[in-house]
Design a binder for this molecule. Structure first.
Ligand code: GTR
Length: 384
């Protein structure tokens, strides 16, 4: 069944392409003062910072500047996981500010027999906590750790709610409240999507200390709400070499101005803890947003971005997800990189890869499946 949502009485959500409003996307290559960006340096040194600030201010919120320390502890180890293919570790990140601390767990598998350093994939996991033994015993297409290891990647994951509860009433138990020392969040302060992205950066901190891992070849991946967080994570942290945003929809890869499927109004009402207060104000007036999601992709340029949709997942607006990738192309081009620029979407289950960006639309519903991973890893092999 197609993932479409309807409110009982009114026809609140649009799934009719002919009813998508005419819109003009903000030009990533025009500075706030209307100057045109003409060189890659100008983008990297001037305009990129402006766009990043706009997203912080209007969409995902600003991360705190408070100084903190992070330490890592191994809580369990599995030396010969998958018949000796890899070593698995349950880890704990301990974040300290003065005499207070906050902990969250994560899991890492590193290949045992490698020549040289391996790339790594960090998955922002919005499903569950993964004990080591379970990861080994039960093949799970949502996080196919064995596939990644066999293809020469280290694989790490953490559960979103362990960093910041995915619950509109969960603030007190999360990292945001820890940073704010229990104070309520300011209107422009970070929200959960940004907090989860921050969690991925802490896992990267750890991977950067692992001798067998190449810290310059680490990707961040997420599905749906995790896919929104993955994109923003790579925008905020340039150490990520690639981002994969799967079925991420509204507030992820999909263009907000299309108002197809999920809208700003619906998402900020259903999930008020995901976006900063300012974003809520664009409910029903998406065309007034100073940014759109193609610019979140542009923030990752010239690094690699992979986007995937599912043809029945209309709630996430596949056309809008593809469209933002294409609309980011001028930024890749200015940075001397090739990227997808064809306006027409590729056929179902036919991945399209061009330079630094890749895309596929899978047949079927909302989800992250083995075939999605296979296509993404093919792309990653190419770009890393
Ligand atoms: C939905 C939400 C989407 C998407 C999804 C998910 O309910 O409307 O934005 O994030 O959840 O994470 O599976």
């Amino acid at each position: 069944p197609q993932r479409v949502k309807k409110l009982s009485a009114q026809n609140e959500f649009n799934y009719d392409e002919s009813k998508v409003p005419a819109y003009e996307l903000p030009d990533p290559l025009t500075m706030n003062d209307s100057t045109k960006v003409e060189t890659g340096e100008q983008w990297m040194n001037q305009r990129r910072g402006e766009v990043l600030e706009l997203f912080r201010d209007q969409v995902y919120g600003r991360r705190p500047e408070t100084k903190y320390e992070v330490q890592f502890e191994t809580t369990a180890e599995l030396k010969d996981a998958f018949d000796g293919l890899a070593t698995g570790r349950s880890m704990k990140a301990i974040v300290t500010i003065e005499n207070r601390s906050f902990e969250f767990p994560f899991v890492v598998f590193t290949p045992n027999h490698t020549s040289g350093k391996t790339p790594a994939v960090i998955a922002i996991n919005n499903r569950y906590v993964i004990p080591l033994e379970k990861a080994v015993a039960e093949a799970d297409p949502f996080w196919p750790v064995k596939t990644m290891l066999q293809r020469g990647y280290a694989a790490a994951t953490f559960y979103t709610s362990d960093v910041d509860p995915d619950n509109k009433n969960g603030y007190a138990d999360g990292i945001r409240s820890f940073f704010a020392d229990g104070q309520a969040p300011a209107d422009d302060a970070w929200r959960s999507l940004s907090a989860w992205g921050w969690g991925a950066s802490r896992v990267l901190d750890y991977l950067a200390t692992v001798p067998s891992v190449d810290a310059t070849r680490i990707a961040v991946v997420g599905h749906s709400r995790g896919g929104k967080a993955a994109l923003w994570s790579a925008a905020e942290d340039s150490r990520f070499a690639a981002a994969y945003s799967n079925n991420s929809g509204c507030g992820g890869a999909a263009l907000s101005r299309r108002t197809y499927g999920e809208t700003v109004k619906r998402i900020t009402t259903a999930f008020p803890h995901w976006f900063c207060a300012n974003f809520t104000a664009y409910a029903g007036r998406e065309s007034e947003l100073p940014v759109d999601q193609h610019e979140a992709i542009a923030l990752v340029a010239p690094r690699a971005v992979y986007v995937a949709s599912a043809d029945e997942d209309l709630w996430a607006d596949p056309r809008g997800e593809y469209g933002s990738l294409v609309a980011a192309a001028p930024v890749f081009k200015l940075l001397g990189k090739e990227s997808i620029h064809e306006q027409a979407m590729p056929a179902i289950n036919q991945p399209r890869i061009a330079g630094q960006t890749g895309y596929h639309i899978r047949s079927g519903g909302h989800g992250l499946e083995q075939s999605d991973w296979n296509h993404f890893l093919d792309f990653l092999d190419n770009v890393l």
